[in-house]
Design a protein around this ligand. Structure first.
Ligand SMILES: [Zn+2]
Length: 309
């Protein structure tokens, strides 16, 4: 007899000791076809996977076990309802190993908890759930009774009369809305065409600007935000101009008290500097004698002469 569990597990390995006269492999090994699940089969218990049919509260630690949680449960027959067997499932909760017993109830087509737990009751109001309450079975049975109908006919007619104006008005609104479907269709298509055209124009405009995406049309807020942006290039230019003015200005205070305004004087100074620079470059190029230049640098007339050269 092969004792290696793995070899026996798939039931395909026939050991050399076996021969067909000994029957099936299970019979040869002396085991049930359901193996471990049938270990209590002599007590009438089969171990199965049981799925919780509703939310329950564990009786041991009061934690919730959700609907759909699966257990290894011991299934056994505990009785009969007419010819239908009543099954009992016994399992241990995963939270605190509390034993839970659940039975089938063939009469009401449901499961009942026998011990170890409590069903989580989930009741809701019809109005809260915004659903319609269907007439109870008894009420429906009554409607088949001609006497009951006769008794309540008057009441029903009254209800109908009350509801009628509202229904008629609703029907009229609906009819008016959907009467001219040609015009509705036309209007919708025109709207869609306009929209498509606008989108195409916007896309073309953005492509011209070298953008890969379509920009939304500009708003007043965009314009306001754009006007607040200051670009650094202008700022830099202004700063450079100011610096040049300061550099060209005399470091001594204006003691002569001339009538010339400060700005004019600064401009003149910068001009003079330019002229001197031109004279210097002329000198380097060998334009005229250094002696004559050095004598005339102080006088304005010489500068003018140098410019003429
Ligand atoms: Zn528990």
């Amino acid at each position: 007899m092969s004792s290696l569990a793995a070899a026996r597990a798939d039931n395909f390995y026939y050991p050399p000791e076996w021969d067909p006269s000994q029957g099936s492999l299970n019979k040869f090994h002396g085991q049930h076809a359901l193996r471990e699940r049938a270990r209590k089969i002599d007590q009438g218990i089969l171990i199965i996977r049981f799925e919780m049919p509703f939310h329950i509260w564990c009786g041991g630690c009061n934690s919730m076990i959700a609907k759909g949680v699966r257990f290894n449960a011991e299934k056994k027959q505990v009785g009969n309802y007419y010819s239908t067997k009543i099954w009992s499932f016994t399992m241990k909760s995963p939270c605190c190993k509390q034993e839970i017993v659940i039975q089938t109830d063939p009469k009401n087509c449901e499961y009942v908890i026998i011990s170890g737990a409590q069903k989580k009751v989930e009741e809701f109001d019809v109005e809260d759930a915004e659903t319609l309450e269907l007439p109870a079975d008894e009420e429906r049975g009554k409607l088949a009774d001609p006497f009951y109908r006769l008794e309540h006919q008057e009441e029903d007619l009254q209800k109908k009369k009350e509801a009628e104006p509202v229904l008629v008005r609703l029907q009229r609104v609906s009819d008016a809305r959907h009467s001219d479907d040609y015009a509705l269709n036309k209007a919708l298509r025109a709207k869609l065409r306009g929209q498509k055209k606008r989108v195409a124009e916007e896309e073309a405009g953005c492509r011209k600007m070298g953008l890969g995406i379509r920009l939304l049309p500009a708003t007043e807020e965009d314009a306001a935000a754009a006007s607040h942006v200051k670009f650094s290039s202008k700022f830099d230019r202004n700063r450079k101009d100011k610096r040049a003015m300061i550099k060209s200005a005399s470091i001594f205070s204006d003691a002569t008290g001339s009538s010339m305004s400060n700005k004019k004087r600064l401009e003149l100074e910068s001009k003079r500097r330019k002229i001197r620079a031109a004279a210097a470059s002329n000198l380097l190029a060998g334009g005229f004698k250094p002696s004559s230049w050095s004598q005339s640098t102080a006088s304005k007339g010489a500068s003018v002469a140098a410019r003429k050269i």
